[in-house]
Structure formats: structure tokens, C-alpha cells
Design a protein around this ligand. Structure first.
Ligand SMILES: Cc1cc2nc3c(=O)[nH]c(=O)nc-3n(C[C@H](O)[C@H](O)[C@H](O)COP(=O)(O)OP(=O)(O)OC[C@H]3O[C@@H](n4cnc5c(N)ncnc54)[C@H](O)[C@@H]3O)c2cc1C
Ligand code: FES
Ligand code: FES
Length: 465
């Protein structure tokens, strides 16, 4: 039995947990403000908020309900556009109206939901603005400038609240309806559940599975192994970062200790999908999906991550991620095994770099991506670890290139020689993301970019041409 709060209503349902949240909202709950656009996570017309209590505080995140299994609503507050309406316009709606941010109106509920979600969790520590919050919403009419202005106006309204952006302040100033006050108490009453794996297709956030198998999912034997798991999803223990199975890309993006040790962390993670997808797509899902261009996979390969797998008899084993990929979508894992932990040694400042080239900068999958972990001491590279995606049937750890570089002088000639070895390790094919030759060129250029970005005073670009 699934148990959650939909807007201001507590709900229990026996509806198939593999149904999409979108279909439940529109056809079971009869709330038609949430729109259907692409059903692939790209347009944001179906955006809703998911609120969960973490460490005693409620946190709201926007998500694409077209890719979210109903099961993932368990224990949470699902907020649709109807749940944000009041007797007068809320602040986000007011901003959209006064800045002419809406024309046909099809995308508007999604934009308003994302903007309201931002007001609930502005994340000032990440220097995000309201504009960043709508990176997963597409509008075909307005040309965006008016929506940008609306986001700017909302940001001003929020800034005027001063330091204390409390739930009470947001309610008093008409950002959100008053019933939000009752939600933490309602969620507290819901039993958390840790579902036992029964050897069926596991579902994390569903952002890969519901794109690949949208029609089959409701009829498949699926299991939500960690459907609703209280507790921290990402944490630091000594010098290592650990991630639970439901750790999302957003959890990684927001981890303060990663931002601290990798100064460009926020910019790197912004290159991964969009807010709503990062909020639901899990790290484990990215690794098991085994896409050769998976961004989190490329990042974690270079960071020499280790994964822990557990089978149905609760037997555990840990392996380096770089031995997980055997062939195209073939993994060193039985179908019964689940990833229960991913961990890596946190690099020091200036030791990690990530590069991604796509047809457009944001909300696009990579033509080629690449990550590097490098450490230098007195002109010698004492640690080197490289990954590259999009140039092989598997997400590629560049074993020979890494071995070659480690222990050598930090110089342009080392980089040029290593780039030759890199070329021998890759086998790109021509496809919609570029020709094989173009990807070969990109792989080399991104490899050089690691050094230029990490050692700008020691490596000269003119010597790498
Ligand atoms: C619009 C859009 C944009 C995207 N952009 C990017 C992008 O820029 N970069 C990028 O890398 N990816 C991108 N993705 C892909 C996707 O969001 C990620 O791969 C995400 O991390 C997948 O996680 P998930 O939890 O949603 O996976 P799911 O769809 O739930 O699962 C994927 C696979 O992992 C398995 N699985 C899930 N959890 C476990 C577990 N704990 N143990 C064992 N198996 C498990 C499932 O059985 C399934 O085979 C995008 C997707 C969409 C829809
Ligand atoms: S319908 Fe387009 S993102 Fe869901
Ligand atoms: S107003 Fe028409 S799609 Fe945005």
C-alpha cells in the first residue's frame, strides 16, 4: 500500500506502483493542471514537487512526473500546480503575469511549480538563482526573456524576505499556501519502508528505465528495493565520500564537502541533465545503465570509485568501478545483485577536472565527456587517473594512459605522448552525436584541456598543438 500526501490530502492507494506519477495525478486523482508533453523528461510540462523529511527538515525538489514511478511518492508530499493555487495568485504566478511570462499557457504550470519549489529551497550556498531552477522547463511561445524577468522578480521578492526564509515567512508573504505548515506532521505519521529485493528489475529514479521502456514498465516485474529509505544519502567518513543506493545527482551536487574540495563542482554537475532529472536520477542507476556517455560514471571512474554489491542472500562484495564494465551493457554483476554503496577518496582542491562536449551546453547528453584526477609534486605527476566517455562501447577507464602518465614529468611532451596512447585505447563510432574522427579529436582535446585547466602556469597551450 502506497501512502503519501497529494497537495493538502493524505492518500493511501493500491494502484500499481510502477504507474507513472503523471498518470496517477491526471487519471486517478483527476488533477489535469499537470501537462503531458514529451514523456521523456525533456520539456518539464509534467513538473511536480516531491517533498521529503530529511534530518527533521522538509526539503522540496522538482521532478518530471512522467518518469517518476508512483512508488517513489511513498512517504512524500507530492505538490501539483493545484496545490500551489490560493485565493489570490502566489508570488511565482504574480511574477509570470506581470512579466508576461505566459502565452498559450501549456508550459506555465511546470514553470510555476519549479519556481515555487525554488522558493521553498533556494540553496543560497550554491549561488543558484530562481532562473537556474527552471533549467528543465521548455516554452515554445514566449522566447524566454519574459520568463527570465519573472524569475528575476521572484528572486527579488525572495531576497526582500531577508535572511530568514522560513516556511511561516513564505506562507505569510503568499509564496505558498498555508496548508504547507501541516505537511511535516502528516509525513511523520507515514511508516518508512525498506523493500526487500526479490530478484526483479530494480528501479531507482526511473529516469533511464521510463524513457527506454515507458510502455512496458507498468507490466514488468519491477521492484523498488529502496522505495522509501530514511537517512542520509551521501556522507563523508574520514577522507572518503559514501553514497547510499538512492543518492541522486542533486545529492552529489549539493554535498558541501565535495564543493569544498572540488571548487568547480557545481559547474561540473550543472552539465549533468537538468534540475528535475538530477533530483530523481540516482548515481547507482547511472552506473548500472552503463551508457558509454554517462556523466556520473565518467566522473566516478576517474575518481577510482568502488561499488558494493549485495545479492538476495545478503552476501556483499566490493569491486573497483573500473572493473565493472565488461562489454556493451555487460556488467560484472548478477541480475540479482544491487548496488548498495558507492564510495571514493575525496580529492584535494585542484586535483580533479571534468569536461563535457555536447551539441548544446545544458540538458544534453555528451558527444564525448572526460574526467581526470591528477596530482603533481615538484614537477612530477605522482597520481593520474583518466576516464573518457562516448568513444568506446563501455564507459572507459583509460588504464594504459593513466599508467603512462603516472610518475612522469609534468610537461607538454608527456601530454603529447600520452595522447597517442589514449588514441590506441579508444574505438569511437560515427552516430548522431558526431563522426568517429570528430570524437577522436574531442577525446584528445579534452585530455589536453585537463592539463591546461589544472596546471595553467606550467603547461602552455601553444606547445600542445
Ligand atoms: C531528460 C534526461 C536528461 C538526462 N541527461 C543526462 C546527462 O546529462 N548525463 C547523464 O549521465 N545521464 C543523463 N540522463 C540519464 C539518467 O538521468 C541517469 O543515467 C540517471 O542517473 C539514472 O538513474 P535512475 O535512478 O533514474 O535509473 P533507473 O532508470 O531507475 O535505472 C537505470 C538502471 O539501473 C538499475 N538500477 C537502479 N538502481 C540500482 C541499484 N541500486 N542496484 C542495481 N541496479 C540498479 C535499473 O534496474 C536500471 O537497469 C538523462 C535522462 C533524461 C531523461
Ligand atoms: S512530459 Fe515532458 S518532461 Fe514530462
Ligand atoms: S506559453 Fe506556450 S509553451 Fe510556454
Amino acid at each position: 500500500m502506497l501512502h503519501f500526501v497529494l497537495n493538502d490530502r493524505e492518500l493511501k492507494t493500491t494502484t500499481n506502483p510502477a504507474t507513472t506519477l503523471l498518470d496517477f495525478i491526471r487519471y486517478d486523482a483527476n488533477l489535469r493542471g499537470t501537462k503531458i508533453g514529451c514523456r521523456e523528461g525533456d520539456c518539464g510540462a509534467c513538473t511536480v514537487l516531491l517533498g521529503s523529511v530529511e534530518n527533521g527538515e522538509i526539503r522540496y525538489e522538482n521532478c518530471t512526473s512522467c518518469l517518476t514511478p508512483l512508488a517513489n511518492a511513498h512517504g512524500r508530499h507530492v505538490v501539483t500546480i493545484e496545490g500551489l493555487n490560493m485565493s489570490e495568485l502566489n508570488k511565482a504566478q504574480e511574477a509570470m503575469v506581470s512579466c508576461s511570462g505566459t502565452q498559450c499557457g501549456f508550459c506555465t504550470p511546470g514553470f510555476v511549480v519549479s519556481l515555487c519549489g525554488y522558493t521553498l529551497n533556494p540553496d543560497t550556498s550554491l549561488s543558484r538563482t530562481a532562473k537556474d531552477a527552471v533549467d528543465g522547463n521548455i516554452c515554445r511561445c514566449t522566447g524566454y526573456k519574459s520568463i527570465e524577468r519573472a524569475a528575476g522578480q521572484l528572486q527579488e521578492d525572495l531576497d526582500n524576505l531577508g535572511e530568514a526564509i522560513t516556511l511561516d515567512a513564505l506562507i505569510d508573504k503568499k509564496f505558498i499556501p498555508a496548508y504547507f505548515r501541516e505537511i511535516p506532521h502528516l509525513l511523520d505519521q507515514i511508516e518508512s519502508e525498506v523493500f526487500i529485493h526479490r530478484g526483479k528489475q530494480p528501479v531507482g529514479g526511473g529516469t533511464d528505465l521510463y524513457v527506454q521502456k515507458q510502455d512496458e514498465m507498468p507490466f514488468m516485474e519491477v521492484v523498488f528495493p529502496f522505495k522509501y529509505q530514511n537517512g542520509t544519502r551521501i556522507w563523508k567518513e574520514g577522507s572518503r565520500c559514501h553514497m547510499a543506493p538512492l543518492c541522486t545527482a542533486s545529492d552529489m551536487m549539493k554535498a558541501p564537502f565535495l564543493k569544498e574540495s572540488i571548487p568547480n563542482w557545481y559547474e561540473y554537475m550543472k552539465l549533468v541533465s537538468s534540475n528535475p532529472i538530477r533530483n530523481t536520477g540516482t548515481v547507482a542507476g547511472n552506473l548500472v545503465n552503463a551508457s558509454p556517455i554517462g556523466d556520473l560514471t565518467a566522473i566516478l571512474l576517474a575518481l577510482n570509485a568502488e561499488i558494493t554489491l549485495k545479492d538476495t542472500a545478503d552476501r556483499e562484495r566490493s569491486i573497483p568501478l573500473n572493473s565493472f564494465y565488461l562489454d556493451y551493457k555487460k556488467l560484472s554483476k548478477t541480475p540479482e545483485e544491487l548496488i548498495t554503496r558507492t564510495s571514493f577518496e575525496i580529492p584535494g582542491p585542484g586535483k580533479f577536472n571534468f569536461e563535457k562536449v555536447c551539441k548544446r551546453k545544458y540538458l544534453d547528453i555528451a558527444s564525448v565527456n572526460a574526467a581526470a584526477l591528477l596530482e603533481e609534486n615538484e614537477g612530477v605527476i605522482i597520481r593520474a587517473s583518466f576516464s573518457v566517455g562516448g568513444v568506446s562501447p563501455i564507459p572507459l577507464y583509460l588504464r594504459k594512459t593513466s599508467e603512462y602518465v603516472q610518475g612522469r614529468e609534468l610537461s607538454e611532451s608527456t601530454i603529447m605522448e600520452a595522447a597517442e596512447i589514449l588514441q590506441s585505447e579508444i574505438s569511437p563510432i560515427s552516430d548522431a552525436r558526431g563522426s568517429a574522427d570528430y570524437k577522436r579529436l574531442l577525446a584528445t582535446q579534452l585530455f589536453k584541456a585537463h592539463f591546461l585547466n589544472m596546471f595553467p602556469s606550467q603547461i602552455k597551450m601553444s606547445e600542445l598543438i
